[in-house]
Design a protein around this ligand. Structure first.
Ligand SMILES: [Zn+2]
Length: 502
């Protein structure tokens, strides 16, 4: 059974503004007798549709629960013709009729339908005007050094457009790929889904990137933070504004259509990791992902910043430790791809390689260097295992054991909860007591796990244990071990100089 909805909105209490209560009264006179519900936003302006009760109503419209929406006046929905047209569009999709008491605007009547068409035509006109403004702004920006060059982002292809009488190109969604983009965003927008989960999902679906490779999580993160995909509306404007970005276009141009580019300050390079000090400009192309979903994903990435950084560290467990024997700058590991043969990792001087600095360092085979350092590590440790009489502290292997105990507690708690419905007073008392007890135990266990994880001091015996299974260790564990033992390594083609912490 569908219901009728009454929507009321009042921005501020003014003498001439009509209260939400009076608005509702007017609307109630127009009810047709079925059940109804009042959605009321008090203290919200009509400049956009970001209002809790309004959004709730729109969700129920989308769920097919509402047959008719009644308002006191048209501007209660929105002051923007565009927003209004978008809302009416949704109503029509879900066969919701719309009635406004003041204007006697009734979409169920022929004259109402005609008026609606006029509104929609004006909205379309406004949309096109804004689109043109966006394109003009983009063009004038391009002249000042912003450009759209480079690789076409995954999800898009190129189409020809005219900007300022000049034939040029802009992005257009490529259906096969933009479907993947939408899938990635809708998955990651769910709070419990991690980048790893998304990677796994794409792998399971056998979805590959343009080079025929599977997507890794870093690549996916790059996609997610790129505003080229979003259909930018006022929320996007607000988001980038609060993040400290300079925004080229005025807020009224953010109509939920265009994708955007984020440029880093100074250079023309597009930047995706942090936002502050960057410039956002609306792009001439249409975005793929709605603003709501995009922001959810973007914020998740903000809280998850560290994911992007260890890119380089993942290639070598000596990251941050190994330095150039000539100039002292960091060595970075690069992979040299070779046809038919296995790829080789090299260490290059970052000063020379990345910043074209003056340095005599050539290159070193990273596998050989790593093996050498590992040998040195084992030697160093063997000196110590003999001397060490330190008692073995609780190792991190206790964490899984504690975790099991927590699982047991959860199981017992669940079993208790299941008995609640059948319990008499005495049993109920016991259940309550026991649950409190279990909660306390659980808290203690969590504290112990936390302490263990904080305990960075790895003792010699434990490290020796690590070294025996070195090849199976995750890079992050190797980095942790190295950090405990090594201050720095200076490497050149002829020498490896390790400074120890122990
Ligand atoms: Zn160097």
């Amino acid at each position: 059974m569908k219901i009728e909805a009454i929507y009321t909105r009042q921005s501020v209490d003014r003498i001439d503004s009509i209260s939400v209560e009076s608005q509702a009264e007017y609307c109630e006179r127009e009810l047709m007798g079925s059940k109804y519900k009042i959605y009321s936003d008090k203290g919200y302006s009509g400049k956009n549709t970001d209002r809790p009760a309004f959004q709730e109503m729109m969700q129920e419209v989308a769920a097919g629960k509402i047959e008719r929406v009644i308002v006191y006046r048209l501007d209660r929905i929105s002051r923007s013709v565009l927003d209004f047209a978008n809302v009416i569009d949704v109503f029509q999709k879900h066969s919701v009729s719309f009635f406004s008491t003041m204007e006697k605007f009734d979409t169920a009547s022929p004259i109402g339908k005609a008026m609606l068409m006029i509104v929609m035509i004006f909205a379309q006109l406004e949309r096109e005007t804004i689109q043109q403004r966006v394109i003009d702004a983009y063009a004038s920006r391009s002249k000042r050094g912003f450009y759209m060059g480079g690789r076409i982002p995954y999800g898009f292809t190129l189409k020809e457009i005219m900007i300022d009488g000049v034939r040029t190109h802009c992005y257009a969604p490529l259906e096969s790929e933009s479907a993947v983009i939408r899938q990635i965003f809708s998955l990651y927008a769910q709070p419990q889904v991690s980048l790893g989960d998304v990677t796994e999902y794409l792998k399971a679906c056998d979805i590959k990137n343009r080079n025929g490779e599977t997507f890794n999580r870093f690549r996916i993160r790059d996609l997610i933070v790129n505003p080229v995909y979003v259909r930018s509306d006022y929320r996007i404007y607000h988001f980038f504004q609060t993040q400290g970005a300079e925004i080229v276009n005025p807020p009224q141009d953010f109509i939920g259509v265009n994708g955007a580019y984020l440029y880093s300050g100074g250079s023309n390079k597009r930047k995706s990791v942090s936002i502050g000090g960057h410039t956002l400009v609306l792009a001439p192309h249409e975005g793929i992902v709605d603003a709501d979903t995009w922001i959810k994903c973007r914020i998740k990435c903000l809280h998850n910043q560290s994911v992007a950084k260890p890119m380089k560290a993942h290639r070598t467990w000596l990251a941050g430790k190994i330095k150039c024997g000539y100039c002292g700058h960091a060595l970075t590991a690069k992979v040299g791809h070779r046809k038919r043969k296995a790829d080789v990792r090299y260490y290059l001087c970052s000063h020379k390689y990345a910043t074209k600095g003056d340095c005599d360092f050539g290159s070193l085979n990273a596998n050989k260097v790593d093996a050498l350092v590992f040998e040195e590590l084992c030697d160093k440790l063997s000196e110590f295992t003999v001397l060490s009489k330190k008692q073995k502290p609780v190792t991190n292997s206790s964490v899984p054991r504690l975790q099991t105990q927590i699982d047991d507690i959860d199981k017992e708690r669940q079993a208790l909860v299941q008995q609640v419905s059948l319990a008499n007073a005495d049993l109920m008392k016991y259940i309550n007591l026991r649950i409190t007890e279990l909660e306390t135990q659980k808290k203690e266990l969590y504290t112990r796990i936390y302490d263990l994880e904080q305990q960075q001091q790895i003792d010699v015996q434990e490290i020796t244990g690590y070294l025996q299974t070195w090849d199976q260790l995750a890079i992050s564990d190797k980095v942790a071990v190295v950090d405990c033992l090594i201050e720095s390594i200076y490497a050149s083609e002829t020498e490896l100089k390790i400074t120890w912490k122990i």
